[in-house]
Design a binder for this molecule. Structure first.
Ligand code: AMP
Ligand code: MN
Ligand code: MN
Length: 326
């Protein structure tokens, strides 16, 4: 008899469970919310009791998604199947699950630590939402327009509008399937990716003013005072790093000062480089082309350490590869 695949085992666990807790990562992106709502709404439609938790809530630009009002910021109650989505490690949940055994880990990060009983980790998937878009029908779970819109949001935001190097024909077909199920591509694209608030644009301005370059490395900082002056309410970078990944260079780094005293570091690399190893060195994780870490220390101290390590990484690549080779 063929052994059951992880997909099958996770499907069975979800079918059996009555009471399910879904959790994703802090400073949630479109894939975190897309995967939470896509799976959450589908399970609710299948008659389950579901608690959907994101420590930092739902970013305002994603609140157009149906079901976002159901998202809680903390866990209440107990006795349930615990499912974590789009998190490479448990700290990413904002330590919402301290001391709990996680049942299911659904993710696509190459740096995933396989922290659960069942680890459905597929690093070739463009988004956790893409894994779910394939799996929900396999698991016999419903997919209406609201589920499809949530999952399409995850695919579009993680691939920055179908343009990251890991894009593949299957992901485009999945997106087409989701459109056929009722997802509204242009709305998801506009709200999830393109439209920015006035405050976000002003916050970008502070980061753009300080943009620096040394050889093929670009970097900038976002400070708490920039956030206040711009009136930007989020604790993320308002997507500045993705915008800067379009500027000529090999690697771009954004160092984003957090209230916690830590510095959120985001790296983006041109195709052919794998900066997830750098993020891992700093206790974070991610993908070859996009990775992040939360590093304790002052902005200037972390900036110094991170830039030094990133320069060393680029120098070693230049030594082995020849500079500019993909
Ligand atoms: P970001 O720079 O926050 O947009 O993140 C880029 C990628 O790295 C995303 O796939 C994140 O999930 C991942 N990532 C960001 N920060 C961390 C972290 N502290 N630990 C693990 N993965 C992270
Ligand atoms: Mn994510
Ligand atoms: Mn993701």
């Amino acid at each position: 008899m063929k052994p059951e695949s992880t997909r099958q085992l996770v499907g069975e666990a979800l079918q059996k469970a009555e009471n399910i807790l879904l959790v994703s990562h802090i400073r949630p992106d479109g894939d975190a919310i897309g995967a939470l709502l896509g799976l959450g709404l589908s399970l609710i439609q299948a008659g389950k009791t579901v608690q959907i938790v994101s420590r930092d809530g739902v970013p305002p630009n994603l609140r157009f998604l149906k079901g976002s009002e159901r998202v809680q910021r903390s866990v209440t109650g107990m006795a349930r199947l615990i499912v974590v989505v789009d998190c490479s490690d448990l700290e990413r949940t904002g330590n919402l699950l301290e001391g709990e055994m996680v049942d299911v880990n659904i993710d696509h990060h190459i740096t995933n630590l396989h922290f659960a009983r069942y680890n459905l980790v597929e690093p070739t998937a463009v988004a956790t939402s893409a894994i779910l878009a394939e799996c929900l029908p396999e698991w016999g779970l419903p997919m209406d327009a609201s589920v499809a819109s949530a999952l399409l949001t995850g695919i579009i935001t993680d691939t920055i509008g179908f343009r990251t190097a890991n894009m593949n024909p299957a992901a485009l077909r999945l997106a087409a399937d989701l459109m056929e199920k009722g997802a509204h591509l242009s709305e998801v694209y506009r709200r999830g990716l393109v439209q920015k608030t006035f405050e976000a644009a002003r916050f970008w301005g502070a980061g753009l003013m300080r943009l620096q370059r040394s050889d093929s490395l670009l970097w900038t900082t976002l400070r708490q005072v920039d956030r206040q002056e711009a009136g930007y309410p989020g604790n993320d970078d308002a997507d500045l790093v993705n915008m800067l990944s379009g500027v000529d260079g090999d690697v771009v780094v954004v160092l984003n000062e957090q209230k916690s005293g830590k510095i959120k570091v985001s790296w983006r690399a041109r195709p052919g480089l794998d900066i997830s190893v750098l993020a891992l060195q700093f206790g974070g994780g991610g993908h070859p082309a996009a990775a992040g870490a939360e590093v304790p220390g002052s902005l200037s101290d972390v900036e110094h350490r991170v830039l030094e390590a990133t320069r060393k990484f680029l120098d070693e690549k230049a030594g082995t590869n020849g500079k500019g080779n993909a």
